[in-house]
Design a protein around this ligand. Structure first.
Ligand SMILES: NC(=O)c1ccc[n+]([C@@H]2O[C@H](COP(=O)([O-])OP(=O)(O)OC[C@H]3O[C@@H](n4cnc5c(N)ncnc54)[C@H](OP(=O)(O)O)[C@@H]3O)[C@@H](O)[C@H]2O)c1
Length: 226
């Protein structure tokens, strides 16, 4: 049975990713941030789901969670993310909020990847996906939501570097644009239910090879520009 780690599985896209993976026969280790969220999520998702409790910004908690995990991992999906502070324009920036946004959306996906790299290496067939955003696209000259846009553009660059570093080891690393999704972050007016996006992402996860490493894919599977 293949085994994956998905961050932020208590709600939104991450919860649906966990459900989609379980339906496809994966064993799912899913991160949450509290014991209560672990119990609630485990109750909803049932057999095959194992909660791991850590905040993705907490390197010590990541190291502890990795040390406690004996299974190898065939897939890591970096999904945890935040939209950032209420003030995040080029002329009115909450810089502490900007730093927090970078910490969760940019630094943490690399920290989680590094913490669980031994488990991914021992799989012999591992892959890494990171949920980015169309808002990272360098072709946009927009000024709203700048901390979030910058954090996702930066994680694209970080993961492109990780893809290059892990290519020789046969571990593909790719980025996903999930579109605009009906979650707490995306809101109810968004285009797509998270279950549809999760299905699409799991299809990409199952078919990704080294030929796709370092690339950016829409949730529907088409490659898209950075
Ligand atoms: N929804 C969209 O339209 C959309 C579009 C493009 C990209 N995305 C990306 O898709 C991913 C999932 O978004 P979503 O729409 O599902 O968002 P969401 O509904 O707001 O859920 C966010 C998830 O991230 C977790 N999280 C936040 N900060 C964390 C931290 N420091 N450590 C661990 N977990 C943390 C939350 O946990 P708590 O419940 O504990 O806060 C929650 O499980 C994000 O990377 C987001 O940027 C979403």
């Amino acid at each position: 049975m293949p085994t994956c780690l998905i961050t932020a599985t208590n709600r939104g896209i991450g919860f649906e990713l966990a459900r989609a993976a379980l339906e496809r026969g994966w064993t799912v280790f899913g991160s949450v941030r509290s014991g209560e969220a672990a119990r609630e999520t485990a109750n909803k998702l049932g057999t095959g789901y194992e909660p791991l409790i850590f905040d993705v910004r907490d390197r010590k908690a990541l190291a502890d969670a990795a040390a406690a995990l004996s299974a190898s991992l065939d897939l890591l999906i970096n999904n945890a993310g935040i939209i950032g502070p209420s003030r995040q324009t080029p002329t009115d920036m909450d810089f502490d909020g900007f730093a927090e946004t970078l910490s969760v959306n940019t630094l943490a996906p690399l920290a989680v990847s590094q913490a669980f790299l031994p488990h991914l290496r021992s799989s012999g067939m591992a892959k890494i996906l990171t949920i980015s955003s169309q808002m990272a696209w360098m072709g946009y000259r927009k000024s709203d939501t700048l901390a979030y846009r910058a954090s996702k553009a930066a994680v694209n660059k970080v993961m492109q570097g990780l893809a290059t570093a892990l290519e020789q080891e046969g571990i593909p690393v790719a980025l996903i644009d999930p579109g605009w999704v009906q979650t707490d972050m995306g809101g109810p007016a968004a285009d797509t239910p998270p279950a549809d996006v999760a299905d699409g992402v799991m299809k990409i996860a199952e078919t990704l090879t080294l030929s796709g490493t370092g690339r950016f894919f829409k949730w529907t599977g088409e490659e898209r520009p950075f």
